[in-house]
Ligand binder design. Structure first.
Ligand code: NAP
Length: 310
């Protein structure tokens, strides 16, 4: 039996994605990769109860720690079902409070949203099925033209994102910019990785779930905004463009990652289930190269650990 791995599948869009995966992959093992074992087990119980899927398993993963990413890979490798048909890099944070750092000293938004998933993906490549898919959950906030209301991204160098100089700007502005820039990094990585895997049948795509109010993404926002996000904004899913319920976005993420209707696509940016162009910056090959080279350096990954040429 092969496996599907979904990061951050204990809640939000990742949970809804795992639920849909359970429906469309009855014969695959689904790995709920998250940092909290209790909520991972609770997610498994809910999915089992709703779908009857018999092969769900939690494995611990903290993307804010390169050692934890290594441990996840080692634990997964010990599994009897250690061939991957789909890797869904879904976990992510938005931190608009004071700057936080990962265990390895990288700015946390960049570390959790980009560097951890980058490292995880490259370490797992040797365990991928020949026709596996890799999907990065990006966001329309990466594209200033989409006017999402979130600060647009600013990409200068990956080094500056990993080790930013503190500014006197409002933390909400800085935090939102770091978030949209990390989502740009997801798309830059998608295109660069796809190019490096072009002589294989492994597919790499980026996915924008749209605005999905009600998830835990707003957890660093002030209480009144959080209340609004959780209790009032979900109604926007009924009439605002590219705004969806958690269930709809999670289902689409699972479909893009695994459903046979999407298996001809690689190196694409999906808004929901539709392929659209991403921002001009996301196609900038100088940014793609800088991000790739710096990420290789910062994670310390060695050529022997992965199948893609570093
Ligand atoms: N909601 C939106 O409007 C929206 C729009 C565009 C893109 N997205 C993207 O969708 C993805 C899912 O977000 P969501 O809205 O579903 O938010 P969410 O409910 O907060 O889910 C985020 C998930 O990421 C996990 N996570 C956070 N830090 C982690 C770490 N250090 N290691 C491992 N897992 C970690 C969380 O685990 P814990 O439960 O342990 O915290 C949780 O499972 C994110 O990549 C986000 O950027 C969301």
């Amino acid at each position: 039996m092969n496996s599907v791995i979904i990061t951050g599948a204990n809640r939000g869009i990742g949970f809804a994605c795992a639920l849909q995966m359970a429906k469309i992959t009855p014969g695959k093992q689904i790995i709920i990769a998250c940092r909290d074992a209790k909520s991972g087990q609770e997610a498994i119980a809910k999915i089992q109860q709703k779908t009857g899927h018999a092969h769900l398993k939690h494995l611990p993963l903290d993307l804010a720690s390169l050692a934890s990413v290594q441990q996840f890979k080692a634990a997964f490798e010990q599994e009897p079902n250690n061939r991957i048909v789909a890797l869904v890099n879904n976990a992510g944070i938005q931190n608009i409070a004071a700057t936080q750092y990962t265990k390895d000293g990288f700015e946390a938004t960049f570390g959790v949203n980009h560097l951890g998933p980058f490292y995880l993906t490259l370490l797992l490549l040797p365990l991928m099925d020949a026709e596996a898919s890799i999907t990065f959950t990006a966001s329309g906030t990466h594209d200033p033209a989409q006017k999402t209301g979130i600060e647009p991204p600013v990409y200068k160098t990956a080094e500056a994102l990993a080790h930013p100089v503190e500014t006197t700007e409002k933390s909400s502005v800085v935090g939102q910019r770091r978030y949209s820039t990390s989502k740009l990094c997801n798309i830059l990585t998608t295109y660069e990785l796809q190019r490096r895997l072009a002589n294989t049948s492994v597919r790499v795509n980026a996915f924008d779930p749209g605005m999905v109010p009600g998830t835990g993404l707003a957890r660093t926002y002030p209480p009144f905004l959080r209340f609004f996000w959780e209790n009032v904004m979900p109604i926007l899913a009924y009439f605002q463009r590219n705004t969806h319920t958690v269930d709809v976005s999670g289902r689409r993420l699972a479909n893009v990652a695994y459903h046979k209707a999407f298996r001809l696509h690689s190196g694409k940016y999906f808004e929901g289930e539709k392929v659209i162009p991403s921002s001009p910056d996301s196609y900038n090959t100088a940014f793609q190269n800088d991000l790739w080279d710096t990420s290789v350096k910062l994670t310390g990954i060695q050529q022997i650990e992965t199948t893609v040429v570093l």
